[in-house]
Design a protein around this ligand. Structure first.
Ligand SMILES: [Zn+2]
Length: 265
């Protein structure tokens, strides 16, 4: 992949990344008593099955807004020198300061690149809009939604993932077709349902007096508008990614990294 290809890819993924976090932000604002427990680690693996992960980082300066790939967070921006971060300036502005976020895109021969992100709530957990609302606001038309039930094997419950097929027509008249797939992970809990997540948050708070940190995992990539092949891609990718994210149940596993290692001074 040459430099200009990387630039184009990063620019497109940037748009998707903004959406990912917009969705999270809208579902995750309401202050409650909290615990520090999360259901996953805030890190994306280097490899997922046959896919290779590449860091995708942003300049925090709104006017610069450079997007870079394959450099670690904290690297000085090649344009303005500010330390690059997973969060872009819009996310930084929208999200509570202790929100964790990581993102990578994944490449594999013969497949469209998959953008993956994890957002992990900080102490400010809250609000009640569905991600779908934010997508529509950002100019995407949701043309189909599918609840994908993905077998995980090993006696585990299947993983439910919500898949939105989306179209957006640009100023040049070209229509971009992508999918956006997501699920939520809490301590010992997983769901693709925003409503289920809200019910669990409420019952945990009322009946058990706890509010764990919830994570929002999103995958996105271009899709062929004439085919459902992306559903198989999502199933394969999510099934391989899933065990790499979970916090080991045994207490010997050590502390969960809860915040992005952000090199901002
Ligand atoms: Zn910069």
């Amino acid at each position: 992949m040459d430099k200009s290809q990387k630039h184009l890819l990063a620019a497109r993924l940037f748009v998707v990344a903004v959406l990912a976090v917009a969705g999270w932000f809208m579902v995750n604002r309401t202050g409650v008593a909290d615990s520090d427990e999360a259901g996953i680690v805030l890190a994306l693996p280097e490899r997922v099955a046959g896919w290779t992960g590449h860091d995708l980082v942003n300049c925090p300066d709104e006017l610069c807004a450079r997007v870079c790939v394959d450099v670690p967070p904290g690297t000085p921006c090649p344009a303005c020198g500010k330390p690059l971060q997973y969060m872009n300036h819009a996310e930084k502005r929208m999200l509570p300061a202790d929100t964790g976020l990581v993102r990578k895109y994944y490449l594999r021969d013969g497949a469209a690149p998959v953008h993956a992100s994890i957002v992990l709530s900080g102490n400010d957990r809250s609000s009640i809009h569905r991600p779908q609302v934010c997508m529509t606001a950002a100019g995407y038309e949701i043309v189909n939604d599918t609840l994908l039930r993905i077998p995980l094997g090993g006696g585990r419950e299947p993983l439910d993932v919500m898949v939105l097929d989306m179209n957006r027509t640009g100023a040049d008249g070209r229509t971009e077709t992508i999918y956006y797939a997501y699920w939520f992970v809490g301590k010992g809990r997983e769901t693709a349902s925003h409503v289920q997540r809200m019910v669990w948050m409420a019952t945990d708070r009322v009946l058990r007096g706890v509010s764990h940190r919830w994570a929002y995992i999103a995958l996105s990539a271009p899709r062929d508008p004439g085919s459902d092949a992306h559903l198989q891609q999502i199933a394969n990718f999510a099934a391989a990614l899933h065990p790499l994210l979970l916090v080991p149940e045994d207490a010997e596993a050590g502390p969960t990294p809860l915040t992005e290692k952000d090199e901002t001074p």
